[in-house]
Ligand binder design. Sequence first.
Ligand code: PAF
Length: 279
Amino acid sequence: MTGIVRHVADLRAAVAGWRRAGDSVGVVPTMGALHQGHLSLVAAARAACDRVIVTIFVNPRQFDNPEDLAKYPRTEETDAALLAPLAVDAIFAPAPAEVYPQGFATTVSVAGVSAGLCGAHRPGHFDGVATVVAKLFGMTQADQAFFGEKDWQQVQVVRRLVADLNIPVTINACPTLREPDGLALSSRNARLSAQDRAIAPALHAAMQDAARAIRAGTPVAAALVGAEAAVLAAGFARVEYLDLRSAEGLEPVILLDRPARLLAAAWLGDVRLIDNIAV
Ligand code: PAF
């Protein structure tokens, strides 16, 4: 089984050796609790790069709520076992003090694309993501990085970050994997009760209905109101947002005159689910 690297110096030494040999390096940043969605990112990295690093780090700086951070599943042994057949070259799982040593004082903040949607409801979340992703790129010196489209806004934040800071890494966004009933794979799904798990696919179903309606000419606002009502009627406790945005800049879209994305976040009990689809 691949050894787990805990220290940046050890990772850098391994990467330096690979680079001397002329190997390309891919990174899949994760917070662990791996599922098939993550494994599909690793497979994409494996296909594109000579060397693959999977990072596992539950980043405290991207949690706006200490309870959510405490509850986030930590399953390192299972994660390593899941990665074993994919023959990754390194699992980098540093302790928080390795990533944020005493005196750490830098925050990377990406304006614009971070502002609405999840950014509006989780203050500081994308600053935490941008800061840790910038650090992971520096630590791994990867040529390519692989993220899931499920976190669509995160992908736009990371793309902006690498463009603005001239970080020499290619960002690959890979399609969302879904359960047969449409529920997007997520580490948070494991926390759903059996009853809520049965309700959960209603989010994706309502989004698909809204997307179809918008494409067929229903006014965007009416389609969004209808989708939100359907999600609540299915048993969701609260819809945080359900909105149509331009696919890249994430500006509100009122008329379907450019590539757009329908994005949503909604609560089932104490579990927050997000999803997005193309329109
Ligand atoms: O998507 C995630 O799991 C995290 O936000 C990431 C990109 C690993 C940064 O902590």
